[in-house]
Design a protein around this ligand. Structure first.
Ligand code: NAD
Ligand code: MG
Length: 396
């Protein structure tokens, strides 16, 4: 039986992974090594019981007593905290889902690679912050990384049997998020609730807001560059409001291969779970006559400064990805907390990158995970200062 661990099991990707595992036979089909979650220990314990997991880990030490209670009599080990997450990643598994949100997902996934596992990578932040190190770590240990972001799964599938050298362009599709049809002058006043109303995809709250600001697509452009090794100028972004085409690969003969399907993350998760085979998946089938047409439009850079910043990050590389992601996480925290506006987030990230660049430069490539985490912390401290100053000015 395949040994499986799911990091971030209680999140949106984690729930979809759990759903596919249960449909495939649950504990009869998989040996579940570890499941991890955050504060929702009731749900985590339910999932751990259903899959008869070896260990369940909450990210928060103060949640350990509640997790222990919820697992009472099950024989499942309860654990808590960042160290316990790494310990869970050290438990040998054949397939590990990396679906913690944010830079917090980097260390556990990185650790799992050491054991030669197949890492199903939803946590795009891992590639944005530490792409070269992560890919090298996988190669060193004969581990495989399978993309789970829908765009990257689409590209991966469009590349099957093809020569990467024949690729001319990669076209990332973007829904445009909740605010895509808002006039530019109204955008600055968008509330958290408005940014959370995604037209097509049901996802965790942070990535949903990142979709509206296009920071999600900015992360994905960098993710594409790091995972597939293509040059930044080969990567294009196109707004495709229907989210039916999940992304495309263009070859030097002008041919385009695309992945189409319903806007359901179980496409990408299921592909990674069944890889290299294709299994049945409970996703809606496309009805082209009902769809009628698919539409496209170029993203407006004035509206989406995040896309320009992604280009700058790719030009510098080094620690820029870690700093970009960390500053974005802090800016998002401040937007969610109500201190700054929707349109302020890009400015906070840009100012953080500029300040770091003046301070010590961003070009030095991190040589270890510790150096990535140090760059992340440095950017968080600076971004917090910048965001707090801005919030004080906005309030004052
Ligand atoms: P989510 O917020 O729904 O779930 C996040 C999970 O991580 C939860 O289990 C939570 O308990 C856990 N978590 C949060 N903070 C943590 C911390 N500091 N330490 C340990 N665990 C922590 O998020 P999601 O939407 O499922 O996204 C997960 C990842 O997948 C993100 O990197 C996201 O960008 C990526 N992704 C998500 C989707 C989607 O459809 N939701 C699509 C593509 C990529
Ligand atoms: Mg995506």
């Amino acid at each position: 039986m395949r040994r499986i661990s799911v990091f971030g099991a209680t999140g949106s990707i984690g729930e979809s992974t759990f759903d596919l595992m249960m449909r495939a036979g649950g504990p009869e089909a998989f040996h579940t090594v570890a499941l991890t979650g955050g504060r929702n220990v009731t749900r985590l314990a339910e999932m751990a019981r259903a899959l008869r997991a070896g260990v369940a880990v909450t990210a928060h030490d103060d949640c350990l007593p509640a997790l222990r209670d919820a697992l009472d009599g099950s024989g499942i080990t309860a654990a808590a905290g960042p160290e316990a997450l790494l310990e869970a990643a050290d438990r040998p598994a054949d397939w590990v889902m990396s679906a913690i949100v944010g830079a917090a997902g980097l260390a556990p996934g990185f650790r799992a690679l050491r054991h030669g596992t197949t890492l199903a990578l939803a946590n795009k932040e891992s590639l944005v912050t530490a792409g070269p190190l992560l890919m090298a770590e996988a190669a060193r240990h004969g581990a495989r990384i399978l993309p789970v972001d829908s765009e990257h799964s689409a590209i991966f599938q469009a590349l099957v049997g093809e020569d990467l050298a024949a690729v001319e362009r990669i076209v990332l599709t973007a829904s445009g998020g909740a605010l895509r049809d808002w006039p530019l002058d109204k955008l600055a006043k968008a509330t958290v609730a408005e940014a959370l109303a995604h037209p097509n995809w049901s996802m965790g709250p942070r990535i949903t807001i990142d979709s509206a600001s296009m920071f999600n697509k900015a992360l994905e452009v960098i993710e594409t560059r790091e995972y597939f090794g293509v040059a930044p100028e080969q990567i294009e972004v196109i707004i495709h409001p229907e989210s039916i085409i999940h992304s495309m690969v263009g070859y030097r003969d002008g041919a385009i291969m695309a992945h189409l399907g319903a806007a359901d993350m179980r496409h990408a998760i299921g592909y990674a779970l069944n890889w290299p085979e294709r299994g049945e998946l409970p996703v809606a089938r496309l009805d082209f006559a009902a769809l009628g047409r698919l539409s496209f439009r170029a993203p407006d850079e004035a509206r989406y400064p995040a896309l320009r910043l992604a280009r700058e990050v790719m030009a510098v590389r080094g620690q820029a990805g870690a700093a970009f992601n960390a500053a974005k996480e802090i800016a998002l925290d401040h937007f969610i907390g109500g201190g700054v506006g929707f349109a302020d987030m890009a400015g906070i990230v840009e100012d953080t990158l500029a300040a770091l660049s003046r301070e010590t430069g961003l070009g030095n490539a991190p040589m270890s995970l510790q150096e990535v985490l140090a760059a992340d912390l440095r950017a968080r401290a600076l971004a917090t200062g910048i965001a707090s100053d801005l919030a004080a000015r906005r309030a004052g």
